[in-house]
Write a protein that binds this ligand. Structure first.
Ligand SMILES: [Mg+2]
Length: 405
């Protein structure tokens, strides 16, 4: 039986999710706010038409769209709907991949008596009926093609592009930057060779593409030509690294506050390490600055560990290298790599410390019982407002099992 790659992508997902639980928002311009309610992180089509952009501060957005409704993000709710979409779309295939919070790839055939195009429509209608969410669905020969065609069919599209001629027709109209994974820098490398559209890229020599864009670009080229490079992955492959961090909720110049964010990120990272039952060998602290280039600091651990004091020690070393005194920091990421899976043996260099182990256990037990962050380091007291706001309790990176951010 002929199979194609299916791809489903919810339209304006966060804003649509808000409409699902507040039906009175239907038809209105809706913007979702992140980052302490300061910036628009998502908006629906009516708000898009007013020219509001993602990342825009709310005061600018309100000037452009004064009648808009602005709501705070709620990733618990978005995750609930995301998993429901995955389950409902999954009824149409035995092999479905949880790619991102609102994007799914699957391997699928046309339903009996229906064409692929009609099957795409059926899936779209079913997801809408069962979840209330509008989704664009595309079928194509590969993942890259399916995603490209879905992007051109938004919003609420249902397409199936089955043969090379039909592909050619669409690819000729799309600039290479439409492909996820081809940024402007890559496009600039391709342009001197006359490669501007997706079709140009597909028809280019594979050798040339590999030379210009390395293996990653070559894989995209193969996918454009109809070879399925990345299979559908029904379970998350083990992480090569885990990271926590993000915006510092404003601009941070003071070293103590920066340290407080570091501690928060260590605590968040530990949750993740414990969940996946891994211990890192290396920690990297990356800091972005408003008025200077971003900087990173790498610290190796003597022995892989997921214990608070050991990780904080390493993270401090990392931060010391990434810190630019007097400069204004805006973002911080803490990245754990060289992840080791158990069983762990006690080593000569392992700083065994029954007391600290007991404290770590107690902290975990209390938080498991009473809620996340009920017991946390005093260094994070500076951010009480942040912790008190339920919108910050669950973030998109806390949605587990998906492949992409
Ligand atoms: Mg989407």
């Amino acid at each position: 039986m002929k199979t194609l790659v299916g791809f489903g992508d919810a339209d304006s997902f966060y804003a649509s999710a808000e409409v699902v639980r507040r039906p009175w928002l239907r038809g209105l311009a809706v913007g979702v706010l992140g980052n302490q309610g300061a910036c628009v992180i998502a908006r629906n089509y009516p708000m898009k038409r007013h020219g509001v952009k993602v990342g825009e501060p709310i005061w600018e957005a309100k000037k452009k769209c004064p009648t808009g409704v602005y709501v705070k993000r709620d990733f618990r709710w978005y995750e609930t709907l995301s998993r429901k979409m995955l389950a409902e779309a999954g009824l149409f295939s035995q092999k479905i991949e949880y790619y991102s919070i609102d994007e799914f790839f699957w391997e699928g055939s046309a339903t009996r008596g229906r064409t692929f195009r009609q099957t795409a429509e059926d899936i779209r209608e079913h997801v809408k009926l069962s979840t209330g969410l509008p989704m664009t669905v595309a079928f194509a020969r590969t993942r890259t093609l399916a995603k490209l065609f879905a992007d051109t069919a938004k919003p609420y599209g249902a397409v199936a592009v089955e043969d090379a001629d039909h592909e050619t027709e669409i690819l000729a109209k799309l600039p290479v930057t439409e492909i996820a994974g081809i940024a402007r820098g890559s496009a600039a490398k391709l342009e001197p060779h006359g490669i501007k559209t997706c079709l140009d890229l597909r028809q280019a020599s594979g050798l040339l593409v590999r030379r210009l864009l390395t293996v990653t670009g070559h894989d995209i080229w193969r996918e454009l030509n109809g070879y399925r490079v990345t299979p559908i992955r029904t379970t998350r492959t083990p992480h090569k690294m885990l990271s926590r961090g993000g915006s510092l909720a404003g601009r941070v110049k003071d070293a103590y506050t920066l340290y407080g964010w570091l501690v928060r990120n260590v605590e968040r990272l530990i949750e993740e390490l414990q969940f996946h039952e891994v211990r890192p060998s290396t920690l990297t602290v990356a800091v972005s600055y408003f008025d200077a280039d971003s900087a990173t600091g790498v610290a190796n651990l003597c022995v892989p560990s997921a214990r608070f004091d050991v990780l904080l020690d390493a993270a401090k070393r990392g931060l010391r290298r990434a810190w630019r005194p007097g400069r204004v920091a805006t973002h911080m990421h803490l990245i754990a790599s060289g992840l080791k899976r158990g069983p762990w043996q006690q080593s000569l260099f392992d700083p065994a410390d029954p007391k600290r182990d007991a404290v770590a256990r107690a902290k975990r037990t209390i938080n498991d019982l009473l809620g996340r962050w009920k017991l946390r380091s005093g260094a994070t007291l500076f951010a009480n407002d942040w912790y008190d706001d339920p919108a910050n309790e669950h973030e998109v990176c806390d949605v587990r099992g998906k492949f992409c951010f």
